[in-house]
Design a binder for this molecule. Structure first.
Ligand code: TXA
Ligand code: MG
Length: 326
């Protein structure tokens, strides 16, 4: 997949202050040496990301935490033992010496030890922290393949490591343990219940519409085509009505029955949450590129394992005006 030589070259790029896109088990990251301000600035410039949106620092192992965080609570070690390497990001108080660019000037820092073998090889070989947001332009759908990264950034990225399609498919769960009560900032594949069980205490959940963290805008992860999320029966009605108006409609549904309508691009979504998450961003990109007038998505189930998927779809839909009554 990725040779030792490519890892060496990527490390050389990081050391020289360049940008390396690399696979993680969640989504691809756009990485820079986290202690090099000029390199980190390039990440913000490439993404078109505002400077008050802090970055996650990726580490090879939990033992490196102390270089980046201070006053590390026992909760952090419990979570690290259970979920690292893996799809969990911890918010902790930042260590002195961490550059302001990484944290958006805040007193906290986001840290994660990813499990993807290519990410692990890169981080171990580099031996220091790699600041990496998701490898997409600001506000757009995260990239889950190397080809998507190249399409987003072209030659702005010095090196793209191709580790195949990201396994999980949506971004890591973020939990803030810098305060008195653990707080979920971003839902992900690791659920609040798993976190609460591991910690033996309740996790505060974000209010549905409250801003959760700097950089967590309501409209995020969004395709360019208007996207709406609704129950299957309403979806069928609306698809039929839009098709009658001569509109080209893309549908992402778990329901098996596909109505025969002109101009309808029907995508059957995987019935299980894991498969659904794995394919979600690639499917949204494909539907976006198909040039439809609207993307209609069947609302996912209410069950806990669908929580993060609902979150991403809600954000993708934010900003789309309700369809005209017909
Ligand atoms: O799965 C992931 O987490 C991917 C892979 C590449 O690791 N990364 C990712 O990074 O999704 P990004 O930059 O797209 O999202 C990071 C989120 C942002 O919403 C940011 O506001 C939040 O983490 N964040 C970073 N530092 C923070 C801090 N100190 N306090 C609160 N939120 C923070
Ligand atoms: Mg992102």
């Amino acid at each position: 997949m990725v040779s030792d030589r490519e890892i060496e070259q990527a490390v050389a790029v990081l050391r020289a202050g360049g940008l390396v896109a690399f696979p993680t088990e969640t989504v691809y990251g756009l990485g820079a040496d986290a202690s090099n301000p000029a390199a980190v600035k390039k990440v913000f410039a490439a993404k078109g990301r505002p400077h008050d949106h802090p970055l996650i620092v990726h580490l090879a192992e939990a033992a490196q935490l102390a270089a980046w965080a201070r006053d590390i609570p026992e909760l952090a070690h419990k979570l690290a033992r259970r979920f690292w390497p893996g799809a969990l990001t911890l918010i902790l108080k930042r260590a002195p010496g961490v550059i302001d660019l990484i944290t958006g000037g805040q007193d906290t820092i986001a840290l994660r030890v990813p499990s993807h073998p290519v990410a692990r090889a890169l981080l171990a070989r580099f031996g220091a922290g790699v600041a990496a947001p998701s490898a997409n332009r600001f506000g757009r759908v995260s990239a889950t393949t190397a080809a998507h990264v190249r399409r987003e950034f072209g030659a702005t990225v010095d090196c793209v490591l191709d580790g195949g399609a990201a396994d999980v498919g949506i971004e890591s769960t973020i939990i803030d343990i810098s305060g008195t009560q653990p707080r979920l900032l971003r839902p992900g594949w690791i659920t609040p219940r798993q976190l609460a069980e591991t910690l033996g205490m309740e996790i505060a959940l974000p209010a549905a519409d409250a801003p959760r963290a700097p950089g967590m805008l309501a409209r995020h992860y969004a395709p360019q085509t208007p996207l709406m999320v609704m129950e299957a029966d309403l979806l069928l009605e609306l698809a039929a009505s839009l098709a009658r108006q001569g509109k080209r409609v893309a549908v992402l549904a778990r329901a098996a029955q596909q109505p025969l309508l002109p101009g309808l691009n029907w995508i059957g979504a995987p019935p299980e949450a894991a498969g659904y998450a794995h394919e979600l961003y690639a499917t949204l990109r494909r539907l976006d590129e198909a040039g439809c007038d609207a993307i209609l998505v069947e609302a996912p189930p209410e069950a806990p394992e669908w929580f993060a998927i609902r979150d991403r779809l809600t954000r993708a839909a934010a900003g789309t005006p309700p369809p005209e009554a017909t």
